[in-house]
Design a protein around this ligand. Sequence first.
Ligand code: TXA
Ligand code: MG
Length: 545
Amino acid sequence: MDRLNTTILSEKEISTAAQLLRQGNLVGLPTETVYGLAANGLDTNAVEQIFLAKGRPADNPLILHVADATWISRYCLEQSEDVQRLTDVFWPGALTLILQRRDNVPDLVTAGLDTVGVRCPNHPLALSLLKEVNVPLAAPSGNTSGRPSPTSAIEMYQDMEGKIPAILDGGPCDVGVESTILDVRGEPRILRVGGISVEDIERVLGKPVALDPALDSKVENLVPLAPGMKYRHYAPEAPVTVVLGEKSHKWILEHMKDGDGVLCFEEYRDLFSHGVTRTIGKEKDYTTQAQQVFSALRFFDSTDVPRIFTQCPPPEGLGRAVASRLKKAAGFQVVDSEQQLPFTVLGITGQTGAGKTTVLQAVEALGGAVIDCDVLYWSLLQEDKNLIAALVEEFGAITTDDGAIDRKKLGNQVFTDGKKLLKLNEITHPVVCEKVKELISTMEHAVTTLVAIDAIALAESGLHALCDHVIAVVAPESERISRIVARDGISEEYAMQRMKAQKSEEFFRECGNTVLENRDSSKEEFFQKAYDILKNKIIKENDYV
Ligand code: TXA
Ligand code: MG
């Protein structure tokens, strides 16, 4: 294709746009939903240019844009009462109707289907242009295939510069997401959610309307009835994760790293100042969200964020269309911030010798399962090839002959050097965290009420984020020391040294939702105390028994 000089035309140059269309050229068409890439819909050669300019697969049909509802009968057969009702209320507007087509509609427009999509756009320039050319305009969204749809002339220019002669500038789009597509041949069925809400359509028709089951799922076995819905869409370059639910902001904070991209509601903007943040309107303001969602997705391509987390509105009103665009952009990588596991996840932390083991015994006595992070950590140092490689790169020759990490060699380096210890934690904590998450997810069907994560570094490692409740176990220093001496057979002096390397009692107290004091009591007494608290406070509190 020859490179063209792409002009942005103003309102006053509408007849230039009409002329170009009559001559079989493509023109950027402003509509209230998104900008379209328009051609004379009855001119096969012109329509062919659309597929070339967009890089659009030929099996994906185009919508015919018409000037008013009287044009429907020119291109479609039989009209039901539903069609009349819908066009009376919603046209001109963001509703595309799928109807049986007449033979005068080129096969290329319908991708060989015996149906055609028709829509009357609610934009003064589009309507004037349609009346002036007096032919239906075939127009998909004006983006390069796979990219977010353009909602301004300049966004369309970014994608189409050099490929089309002109874009008619009609200002930013009022709606911001594409039309709702409704198959009205038999019982009405929604093939794409969009600018007119499902609720509004049901109100006008006075009956419930089915949604194409392929709409809300990762398309695997389901073939969507609107062919375009099967393609990956709207996607920025960085991978997107959609985070659902009321705790989405917390989930994102816990999972994001500095410099990650965050797409959030305005109310939460300040929470994510350590990320590259873009807002899409207030949490309940679906109208603004729809207007901004595509520009926001485009924005991240002008940054170098490695990944993007996004909040997402619920499926109501226009929120449903926004959510559908976000999920598509994420390739259906969706997590639920409120996912409820069938058991309480309990974190247990505290200094060495404080009595954590006794609390864990109480957990087991109550039928709970225990994840011992110290054991996990050391087994990862033996087996996890990637982790071992990362540690060797950082600390040098610290492996044994069979390639595992040598505890002593590693210990010698980090115990005397605070900076090295931090580095070690930086490398190992995420690996332990991932492993614990994996273990918990494999337990999802376990018959238990309680899973306890036992970790001294529960807070620093981020493991606390997985917990419903954290117990901090504290005990006087003298008691802790005599316990370690007896347990590990080491000198009091060495025990003191180990203590010093750990965080203060105060630190642990602050980590816990519950602080369990282990003072002046026998092992049996402390066990009973822990058992009672677990049984009466922790498990009961979470309603699992
Ligand atoms: O708001 C809109 O609808 C915008 C503006 C420009 O009007 N247009 C638009 O077109 O979004 P496009 O081509 O990007 O999306 C049209 C969708 C595609 O998923 C396509 O597969 C589906 O409509 N479609 C078109 N004709 C169809 C038909 N006869 N049966 C089923 N689905 C159809
Ligand atoms: Mg499109």
